[in-house]
Design a protein around this ligand. Sequence first.
Ligand code: AKB
Length: 350
Amino acid sequence: MPPVPASTFDRGARRNAAVLVTGAGGEVGHGLLKSMHAAGRRDLVAIDLRGVDDAQRSLCRECFVGDICETPLMHRLQAMFEITEIYHLAALLSTRTEFAPEAGHEVNVGGTMNMLRLAADQARSHGKPVKFLFPSSIAVYGCTGPNARREAGPIAEDDFNRPTTMYGCNKLYCEHLGGYYALHYRRLAQDRMDRVVDFRAIRFPGLISADTIPSGGTSDYAAEMIHAAAEGKPYACFVRPDTRIPFMTMPDAISAFLALAAADRECLSRTVYNARAFNPSAGELADLVGEHFPDAQITFEPDEQRQAILDSWPPDCDDTAARNDWGFNPQHDLRSAFEDYLVPGIKAHY
Ligand code: AKB
């Protein structure tokens, strides 16, 4: 653990105000820090196991290289900052977790428990609920069997909550933990405080970024396919061409997260929401990539085990609640995602 920068300690008794972003060095973290800084936030505190890059560091009040599973880090954050919001992005994604499920549980559940406890301790120390934004996932769904997927249609939040991966189990359990901290925390204690944690979650679909290539996710094939074509490299897609799940672009995901965070509590009918923008098949994605990159060399070599995970995820999700409660409205449909965001953004990189 690096020494705490002297600037961190406010000379006075007051702790510095902070918005905490864990997993800040990841794909969502890159976009989120940039968007919040652009919106005028100057109290951003980033935590990442591998640290953050110089561009991100310039957006933050403080940055920590640290493990959210380690209690000493939690104690330092409690001592140094008055935390008003937490964006808890740190996680091991679905594919990586299937090689080390117990490690996935430790990070995805143990780390989230640490962050929820920090949020509750913070709320009890400064007297205001801490807003806790949690990226859940379509991995919480288990639409096992082709008929279930075909007959289910767009799946609403309370249906098919039968995850078939450790990551999906972790995300579903953490949704319930968040609901407990929001509604029932220490419910028999004499000194209990109502809603210490204002927990809000989005079950993100596959996310596609022009700026970063994902790693460790089962939905990564979409981004990998596009980036490979832009680099002029052949791409062997690990799913069947008929594989269909919901996606959205990274900018729409960041905007959705910030819109949910900004929503009045009274407008929210639930703590967990679906949000999606388009749901192409892998074959339709490949065709669109070919339109923009005529020399693209995309083949299909399904990985049976990863395919089975995708076959348990919904072909589409119903995000009516998000659109009604807090005005979710993605800017990119499939075609504009390519024309206005992915192709120009990715070409600028290569
Ligand atoms: C993954 O593929 O594991 C994630 C997800 C859909 O939650 N991108």
